[in-house]
Design a protein around this ligand. Sequence first.
Ligand SMILES: Nc1nc2c(ncn2[C@@H]2O[C@H](COP(=O)(O)OP(=O)(O)OP(=O)(O)O)[C@@H](O)[C@H]2O)c(=O)[nH]1
Length: 577
Amino acid sequence: MQLQAQLRMGAALLLGVAVGISGYVLPGYLNAYRQSSRNVQALESYAQVLEAGNAVSAERGPSNIVLSLDQDAGQPYESTAARMARARDRADQALAQLSGLVQALPPENQRRQELLSTQRSLMRGRADIDQLLLHAPSDRSPQQLQDAIDQMIDARKQLDPLIDSFYGEAMQSAPDQAGIVQMARVLSDLREYGGRMGSMLIVPLSTPAPIAPARQLVLARLRGHVQEIHHLIPGHIDPSDQDHEDIDNVRAQVERGFFHHTLPLIDTLVAQSGSSYALRAAAFTRQVMPDLMGLEKLENLFMQRALIQVNRTRRDNRRHVLLIGACLLGFCVFLLALLRAAERLVTRPLLLARQEIINLAQGDLRRAPRAGNSAEVRALHDALDILRRHHVNSMQLAFERDELSRSLRRQAHTDALTGLLNRHALEEITGDLSAEPVRLSKGRGLILIDVDYFKPINDVHGHIVGDLVLREVASRIMRLVAAPHVAFRYGGEEFAILTNGLSMEELCTLAENIRHAIADDEITAPGAQRLAVTASLGVAKGDSTVLTWLDLLNAADAALYRAKAQGRNQLVSASSS
Ligand SMILES: Nc1nc2c(ncn2[C@@H]2O[C@H](COP(=O)(O)OP(=O)(O)OP(=O)(O)O)[C@@H](O)[C@H]2O)c(=O)[nH]1
């Protein structure tokens, strides 16, 4: 298997393991993240419904002041009316936000219905109040006043099922925040019960008049509830938690304000029913409102604390999910980079080196393109260079050897004295005449030339002059013999011309020309001696009786013999003999 494929398989295996581990760990964190997101949502919804409840409760305070408008109010009507308008805005905003939450639910859903009836009830209460405000305080009947106040209390009551429902959801979604969720609910209830008790005193204090027995009963019951849930608020709240010093302070304010001021004040006023009240309605409301706001403030702090906690958990879970995802992604990128690096640094250089080796083996000595710069790859390239140099040297040597061999071969076939091909070269063509006869190919002819009376030249003029005569005779023969005919020095003072494609007549003409070329001009020897040289020639051609090289040689030799015998300086053809 290829290295690259093996690397890819290894990377895929590692990736599989990484994905497996992530697949094992990630769902847990993902679920935790989803759960914490649901917790955040449930707590935020719960905080909104509590705010809506508080806002609707809080609208009663300024409304009560506006409605009562007694002499000791100490504040101009306009500023109190503006305060009521702000309270209405706050309630509208809170209900609108809540409406946004339940808007997605189907119209017949319980929550939507409860919210709608709250809003309707609140609108009725406001309409009653606005109607009463059209009259002077002295023209407002106690019953109309009481009805308007009761309508506002009723509007807040309409919201209770919605608060219960979001409370249940928050308790279920964020069980680890159950203590805080419950505490916020307790504070919200205290705020409403306290406000409701106060509102029930407005008409008696405004009129002034005794509190009706039925209302006294309701007041006693509400007072009982408040008493009951008072102990659910711890005296000190999580003192180890440094960012909640505020909570502790506000908690102390609530204890001082609501439990030790508002409640005793209500108790006193209820006890004064039937006699004269120590306070009028507006003054009473102004005293009580800050204590009720303290309860709201404490509740908000609790909810903020819970939201911070669940948001922190959600952020932690999201960070874990992102971290695992990023690790997986990073690992994938790392593996890809590793594969690419392996391809660039190892596989590609190896394949290119392989191609270079193949090229060298095929005799291509050019340097092929290379890749990679690691020490190992550089060592491989060095080895390739060594191989190339060795190859170049080997080829150089082989070339020189071939040259030498060609030169030796040339020398072996050349006659050193005359430069003509020698007898050995002739035998390369005719074959070994002493062995199996070799058949003549068509058109072959042979002229044998023997210098006449050469021995006396040697004897009289010396071998140096003899050699010169032989070179001159060879030179004259060469001038007349051209391809496809070839001249040889056959031995001693004897020459041979192997012809191809000549008729006997053409052979004889050539032979006669050669004879004339030798005989017609004297040869000048050193010392300006002039030597008359002649030669005898025997001519033969392949025919029906001359079939082999040996036959041809014998026929030419016999003709030459006769030329000598007949007086020399002549030619004799085998056909004429
Ligand atoms: N200078 C010289 N002489 C050679 C060479 N080769 C052979 N010879 C001489 O050539 C002579 C040949 O003499 P012969 O065979 O008697 O022939 P010839 O004297 O030419 O007489 P005919 O052929 O009968 O005319 C000998 O004396 C050889 O020594 C050579 O390369 N150089």
